[in-house]
Design a protein around this ligand. Structure first.
Ligand code: FAD
Length: 396
């Protein structure tokens, strides 16, 4: 039993562990790279990883371990957010597939659960939770990343439908997705944040053109998505017209919170490496201890986030604080790991220590510091909303 578990939570944890032990392998050492670290896959690897993720998701869904805090009528278990966090933490200790479905199950799905109407929840949430339908997030544009509220994709009403035109970019797994949660401008005359609305876009609709972006590694996990006269029924608008910014904030909050959860498990894996290659260097030991303390502090930040969520609130600045600390911690730990590996830290592939997982995680972590809002944007949010410092200069 963990120190913060209630009696009911301790029973839940034991049941979860029993199911996980019966359905997945527990590796000798904790996993090095948490499932949200960005990795580079060839097209074949991508198909394989996606198939594995869908199979694992379906297995959890069928056994009642998917959507633990979601209501049963939408395919969930009807449990609490604390139980969800317990399951996620325990699951991370097992050898499970990379969570290629996280954009749907972790970010877009919860946003629809919070802000969608009943018909949308009934239609979209169960297949998403079962791993049958893959989702992407159509937010960023070539001219609107950090300053997302300046986005220019337009949605114009035409009877019972909306007609979308514009371009999105950096859309992870759009080329494999069935649906996208898209933010578009519905009122160009309103102040930036108030002229936006959110839509569920069927990625197979006429006028959706998904073009993979080739990364320098040769992989193509991102896309540009061109929307040309794409028709979306008004029934697929999420939230009120003009309230799209709320959908953005809610989705980001879930995205940021998911990153907070990973710090501690990575710190555990690092302890293993440290034990094998104990540095006799005081500076390295000091740096490691600082990482360990940051990992523990992050655990408490996560508890605060969960408390807010369980009270029906959408946490704001706490998510930014957690994301900033978690991603800085991950960068620092992986950098220390590469140092500790010495010359072997330069290797990649099967003959590298731990199959090159440390190296891959080291290279993937900068992506985490950009996606979901960069470090600088998190610092702006913390400065303005927690410290009450003067606001960043904005258009409106
Ligand atoms: C791994 C990964 C996955 C992603 N997946 C998706 C996805 O699925 N869907 C999606 O819509 N987007 C996705 N993105 C895009 C991501 O949301 C944007 O890259 C991010 O918001 C930054 O926007 P930008 O790239 O346009 O950079 P810019 O906004 O142009 O920023 C450039 C630099 O300027 C700094 N900067 C900008 N404004 C300020 C300011 N006001 N104060 C201080 N510094 C500032 C930034 O911190 C950054 O260092 C993903 C990105 C990554 C890396």
């Amino acid at each position: 039993m963990e120190p913060f578990d209630s009696a009911g939570e301790a029973i839940f944890r034991r049941d979860a562990l029993d199911w996980l032990a019966a359905n997945a392998k527990r590796p000798a050492n904790p996993p090095i790279s948490p499932s949200v670290i960005v990795v580079e896959w060839s097209p074949d690897e991508e198909d394989q990883k996606l198939a594995e993720a869908r199979a694992w998701q379906r297995r959890k869904f069928e056994a009642g371990w998917a959507g633990i805090a979601w209501p049963p009528e939408y395919g969930g278990r009807g449990g609490t957010l604390v139980e969800q966090a317990i399951f996620t933490a325990e699951e991370a200790q097992f050898d499970i597939p990379f969570d290629a479905l996280a954009v749907g199950t972790g970010w877009c799905g919860p946003a629809i659960l919070f802000l969608g109407n009943d018909a949308q929840k009934q239609r979209y949430l169960p297949p998403l939770l079962a791993g049958n339908e893959v989702w992407c997030q159509l937010f960023s544009e070539p001219g609107a990343g950090s300053d997302l509220a300046s986005l220019t994709t337009r949605a114009v009403r035409d009877g019972d439908e909306w007609v979308l035109n514009g371009q999105k970019v950096w859309t992870t797994l759009a080329h494999k997705s069935d649906f996208g949660l898209c933010i578009a401008r519905t009122d160009p005359t309103a102040p930036q944040h108030r002229g936006l609305s959110a839509f569920i876009v069927d990625m197979r609709s006429a006028g959706v053109d998904t073009r993979p972006l080739r990364q320098m590694t040769g992989a193509s996990n991102f896309n540009e998505v061109f929307l040309s006269d794409v028709r979306v029924p008004d029934t697929d608008r999420v939230g009120e017209v003009g309230d799209g910014w709320r959908v953005v904030i809610t989705t980001f909050m879930f995205e940021r919170t998911s990153v907070v959860a990973v710090g501690a498990s990575v710190a555990d894996a690092f302890i293993g490496l440290l034990a094998e290659r104990a540095p006799d260097n005081r500076r390295q030991r000091d740096r490691f201890l600082r990482s360990l303390v940051a990992g523990k502090a992050l655990g408490y930040t996560q508890l605060r986030l969960m408390t807010a969520l369980s009270q029906g609130k959408v946490p704001g600045p706490e998510g930014s604080l957690g994301k900033l600390v978690a991603t800085m911690l991950l960068s620092d730990i992986y950098e220390q790991a590469i140092d500790l590996l010495g010359p072997a830290g330069l290797l990649a592939g099967d003959d590298a220590p731990d199959n090159g997982d440390w190296q891959e995680a080291f290279l993937g972590t900068p992506g985490l510091r950009i996606g979901g809002g960069t470090d600088q944007i998190q610092r702006n949010i913390i400065a303005e909303r927690i410290l009450g410092l003067p606001k960043d200069v904005r258009e409106t």
